[in-house]
Design a protein around this ligand. Structure first.
Ligand code: G3P
Length: 217
């Protein structure tokens, strides 16, 4: 499963990228706001750090304007994936931009039927938001499971990008199901390394090591 990092924080991206944990980046208007940076500037900087796809989201609501914004964003770097909302106009823009050979990430997906439409419109990625479904007492990981079945039934090449990942359990769940990609905030990716038994085991090994009186270096 590919790891995308869901942030516009350049320092966090750089740190995780050096560890080989970043196959791509996703941003959205809220993350741009959080970064306090200009969208074009920060996106260009991220594209220079990361080799994989960097999603940059349009904000227009009509297809023509989405297409114009998408072309502008795609001009930032060859690894831009234009992020479009899953609306009828978003699907129209997806069809046009993917037809021009641009990567498109269709976002704000909350149902299998929406995912089907995005695949038929030529999306490179579909982003089902699992945390936001869990927030309203629905099952986000079940949606990933359903989309996996439907895409595999018909051989759609659109990659399932599990988004709105809030916890290490979400990561393990979507990996088990076979999501192609997951995008998570940097702190969730860091948390994947933690286990209380690792900490306890290390503490007891070091205690015994001290008793040997030895040194390695
Ligand atoms: O990639 C989409 C993601 O940023 C949404 O996450 O936690 O705001 O639902 P969240």
């Amino acid at each position: 499963m590919k790891f995308f990092v869901d942030t516009a924080d350049v320092d966090a991206i750089r740190e995780l990228n050096e560890l080989g944990m970043v196959d791509g980046v996703t941003t959205n208007p809220s993350l741009i706001l959080k970064s306090g940076r200009d969208i074009l500037e920060v996106t260009k900087e991220i594209c220079a750090i990361v080799d994989g796809p960097v999603s940059a989201e349009v904000v227009a609501l009509e297809a023509d304007k989405m297409i114009a914004e998408g072309r502008h964003l795609a001009g930032i770097a060859p690894n831009i994936a234009v992020k479009l909302p899953l609306t009828w106009d978003g699907l129209k823009a997806c069809k046009v931009l993917s037809g021009e050979g641009k990567m498109v990430n269709v976002t704000l997906c909350f149902s299998v039927n929406q995912a089907l439409l995005a695949a038929k419109a030529g999306a490179s990625f579909i982003s089902p938001f699992i945390g936001r479904l869990d927030d309203i007492n629905l099952d986000g990981t079940e949606l990933i499971e359903d989309i996996r079945v439907v895409y595999d039934n018909y051989g759609f090449g659109t990659e399932i990008l599990a988004a709105s990942i809030r916890s290490p359990n979400h990561v393990a769940d979507v990996a088990r199901i076979g999501a192609d990609v997951m995008t998570a905030p940097p702190d969730v990716i860091r948390k994947l390394a933690s286990h209380p038994l690792t900490d306890a085991g290390l503490a007891s090994f070091l205690k015994d090591w001290e008793k040997t009186g030895q040194k390695i270096l």
